[in-house]
Design a protein around this ligand. Structure first.
Ligand code: NAP
Length: 282
């Protein structure tokens, strides 16, 4: 049974926690931080082969003392492993490194233009059918890729994990995902700290007696079919990022924060693997 703090979002039979703990760039005490996050109430841990954190995430899970079936673990296969055989080998290596029998969600981490999408998505579905993962999804897919992925994948996709925060519009993507019954998992949800000094965010935070980070996260998860995976090294930040279920932003506050989108700040844009992003209207 998931604890009350782990509010979940339904998608194709899954119940995905609305807030997860991101583990990219966790150089300090990752085992302790993951265990601390779980003990604080997080039930979703987001990792990837590319982050090099899978082993320590596994150790953190075991150190937390929380039963495996109460947790949701997401990992990802890199674009270098988009061919079917490589893809399945990578998923198996992830499980071995994590020390787990299965993950809850396996994602294609970035698109691979040199491999037909059908082959990669077919391998992803195979990973699900062979029990390596309970659910599957994609990450950093554009609208056109998402449409093709949904069409060719023999199993339902539950999410597209993307950069999403108040400084980056994702309206058309969100509408498309909702149409497919899928969740938008927001990464860089506090824009790596850039949003935390914004005067609009700070004003709203003051009005609710909350922090700027909590307002950024609340703004995300208050939108239907949106979850978020913030990362933090400070234990106090880890705890406060989950404490976002006891207040509600008004329609006016939601609109004011949404209006910040005209800044169009994109943080994760690695030239060697990023697709040509959709230009969303502001
Ligand atoms: N699928 C993909 O391609 C992809 C790409 C990027 C990220 N991700 C996932 O998304 C996760 C989060 O993204 P991110 O780490 O890039 O960005 P982020 O969560 O927006 O920002 C992390 C930064 O914000 C600070 N922060 C977080 N909560 C705070 C709080 N309550 N108060 C003050 N500062 C706070 C952290 O500070 P402290 O460390 O000092 O606490 C850290 O410097 C990653 O860890 C990863 O799991 C996925």
């Amino acid at each position: 049974m998931l604890p009350p703090k782990a509010f979940t979002i339904p998608a194709h039979g899954a119940a995905m926690p609305a807030i997860g703990f991101g583990t990219m760039l966790l150089p300090q005490r990752p085992v302790e931080l993951v265990a601390h996050a779980i003990k604080s109430g997080y039930r979703l841990i987001d990792t990837a082969r590319k982050y090099g954190t899978e082993e320590r995430v596994g150790e953190g899970i075991r150190a937390s003392g929380i039963a495996r079936n109460e947790l949701w673990v997401t990992t990802k296969v890199t674009e270098e492993n988009a061919r079917e055989a490589d893809f399945l080998k990578s998923a198996e290596t992830s499980l071995k490194t994590l020390g787990l029998d299965y993950v809850d969600l396996l994602l294609v981490h970035w698109p691979q233009p040199n491999v037909p999408l059908k082959e990669t998505l077919g391998a992803l579905a195979k990973a699900k059918r062979s029990g390596l993962t309970r659910y599957i999804g994609v990450s950093n897919y554009t609208l056109a890729m998402l449409e093709e992925a949904v069409r060719v994948c023999p199993e339902p996709l539950i999410t597209n994990q993307l950069e999403y925060h108040a400084y980056l519009p994702q309206d058309r993507m969100l509408a498309a995902l909702r149409g497919y019954g899928m969740i938008l998992t927001a990464y860089c949800p506090v824009a790596r700290g850039q949003l935390l000094d914004d005067p609009v965010i700070k004003d709203v935070a003051k009005a609710h007696g909350k922090t700027a980070a909590q307002v950024c996260l609340r703004w995300l998860i208050q939108q239907p079919m949106v979850s978020a995976v913030p990362r933090a090294l400070e234990e106090a930040h880890i705890e406060e990022n989950l404490d976002v279920f006891d207040f509600t932003l008004s329609d006016d506050e939601m609109k004011k924060i949404s209006a910040l989108r005209s800044k169009r700040v994109r943080i994760a844009d690695p030239p060697e693997r990023a697709p040509k992003w959709d230009v969303e209207p502001v």
